[in-house]
Design a protein around this ligand. Structure first.
Ligand SMILES: [Ca+2]
Ligand SMILES: [Ca+2]
Ligand SMILES: [Ca+2]
Length: 256
């Protein structure tokens, strides 16, 4: 398994297109999702056949009689000179943002999506520290102070936990009838990635970032239900390598 992880660590998993469109952060991804990186629908069946699948980490909680899809999602990411654009379209059967032992940093005990980003991606792996960032969004339409969270490292520091600075983030959540929702977010890179490490520079085509997505779905249960995608946890050596690329157009549909 160690060799497999090392091999995976060397490969580029995807190319994140530069967005040349104006994004309005309003809870609809319509204006940019066709121009962003997305590799389709994720659910537990697909995760089960991914190289980073681990039954102790990737699992959902069973709550007796459930109807509907427990969790499936498409994730979208793009970039421009200043921002990372993060989006998700999600089917979830229960919206769950209450946590009996609430602390602001406990996004992982609520419905939340968290993009773990290492920028730049370094050859040497380490546990969560300098250059590592997690941008976490609790799926609470009230958008409390802890609703957009920033776990990050800094030179000589690990696991700094704080809200994303208000002037560095804009996000919107559009809830559906059940637990389903759309999340749309824009995060300023210099105020986040640039604080996490002096090795970060303004983004250019060809830069390589590490990325993992953690999507938590406790649905009223205890800590537990979640997807880990492109990585195996807090060790950034396991995160997928993504290259900042030039713009892409929508998938072409040819006339008959
Ligand atoms: Ca929008
Ligand atoms: Ca669910
Ligand atoms: Ca849920």
């Amino acid at each position: 398994m160690k060799i497999l992880v090392l091999l995976l660590a060397g490969a580029v998993w995807g190319q994140i297109p530069r967005l040349e469109r104006t994004v309005t952060v309003d809870g609809s991804l319509a204006e940019w999702k066709d121009y962003a990186f997305s590799d389709g629908l994720w659910d537990l069946q697909r995760l089960r056949h991914s190289p980073w699948y681990d039954t102790s980490r990737n699992r959902l909680t069973v709550h007796g009689t459930e109807t509907g899809i427990d969790l499936s999602a498409r994730y979208f990411i793009g970039w421009d000179d200043k921002y990372l654009y993060l989006g998700a379209e999600v089917q979830d059967n229960v919206n769950d943002v209450t946590d009996p032992a609430h602390e602001p940093k406990r996004w992982y005990f609520k419905d939340a999506i968290c993009w773990f980003i290492e920028a730049p991606r370094l050859a040497a792996g380490k546990n969560f520290g300098e250059g590592d960032n997690a941008f976490c969004f609790v799926i609470d339409v009230k958008r409390p102070d802890y609703g957009a969270w920033w776990r990050h490292g800094a030179p000589g520091k690990t696991y700094i936990e704080e809200p994303l600075p208000k002037d560095a983030v804009t996000y919107a959540i559009r809830r559906g009838q059940r637990g389903d929702f759309v999340l749309e977010a824009r995060v300023a890179m210099a105020a986040t990635l640039g604080v996490s490490t002096p090795a970060w520079r303004a983004p250019r085509i060809g830069d390589v970032y590490g990325m993992e997505i953690v999507h938590t779905d406790p649905d009223g249960g205890d800590y537990g239900g979640h997807f880990l995608i492109y990585g195996r946890g807090d060790d950034d050596a396991t995160w997928g390598r993504f290259e900042l690329a030039g713009p892409q157009g929508p998938v072409e549909r040819k006339p008959k």
